[in-house]
Design a binder for this molecule. Structure first.
Ligand SMILES: N[C@@H](CCC(=O)N[C@@H](CS)C(=O)NCC(=O)O)C(=O)O
Length: 202
């Protein structure tokens, strides 16, 4: 039995996308951020009080990227879950890159553009985060020039994981015109039916 916990209005969307992409049969429990994720019964599933969490075959996993890499390895086949150790190394590389080099800045933009109370929002924080994203987005753009996807010709778990983080750029209206290869790749990834279905869930 496979159960994914977390509303699609959270990082759970990336694991819902992976489950849909892989065609896994699962139950979705749309645990809310905060009220649901901090409830005592949910803390038994993820003591961090965060979504997503995955229950699969009696095991519990948390951390969205770990969940997605686990799902891809368990249920995927090549090319989505790459065949070679080197390609899988690149999938890990890009997944951790997205989380460490881009996600914190995107979350700053999310807070200061949309979620923080107006009096706590800071134009400087927005400018600093926008500026900090230029270097990693430049790296991504340069890598994608002449390639359809991160690992070559095929959509893989690396693309899903990175696009699921960078999808926040659209949400916070970050202008990606200066990185056209990354922008076009992101549009192609996010348009996939599995992502459209996942992001429309509860
Ligand atoms: N690094 C974790 C972060 C998980 C996380 O912070 N999730 C947020 C929602 S996007 C959450 O559950 N927040 C609820 C809380 O902190 O109370 C992951 O990628 O899974």
């Amino acid at each position: 039995m496979t159960t994914l916990y977390g509303t699609s209005q959270s990082r759970a969307a990336r694991s819902l996308w992976a489950l849909e992409e892989l065609g896994v049969k699962y139950t979705h429990v749309a645990t809310a951020i905060g009220s649901g994720s901090r409830a005592p019964e949910f803390l038994k599933i993820n003591p961090n009080g965060h979504v997503p969490a995955l229950e699969d075959g009696g095991e519990i996993f948390w951390e969205s990227m770990a969940i997605n890499l686990y799902l891809a390895e368990k249920y995927g086949k090549a090319p989505f879950w790459p065949a070679s150790v080197a390609e899988r190394g690149h999938a890990y590389q890009w997944s951790f890159w997205a989380m460490t080099e881009t996600e914190p800045h995107l979350l700053t933009l999310l807070g200061h553009k949309l979620f923080l109370p107006k009096e706590q929002r800071s134009d400087k924080a927005i400018a600093d985060a926008t500026n900090a994203l230029k270097a990693p987005l430049g790296v991504l753009d340069a890598h994608l020039k002449g390639r359809a996807y991160l690992l070559g010709n095929d959509f893989t778990i690396a693309d899903l994981n990175v696009a699921s983080v960078l999808g926040l750029a659209n949400f916070v209206q970050l202008d990606l015109a200066g990185t056209p290869a990354a922008n076009a790749w992101l549009g192609t990834c996010l348009a996939r039916p599995a992502n459209q279905k996942a992001s429309g869930m509860k």
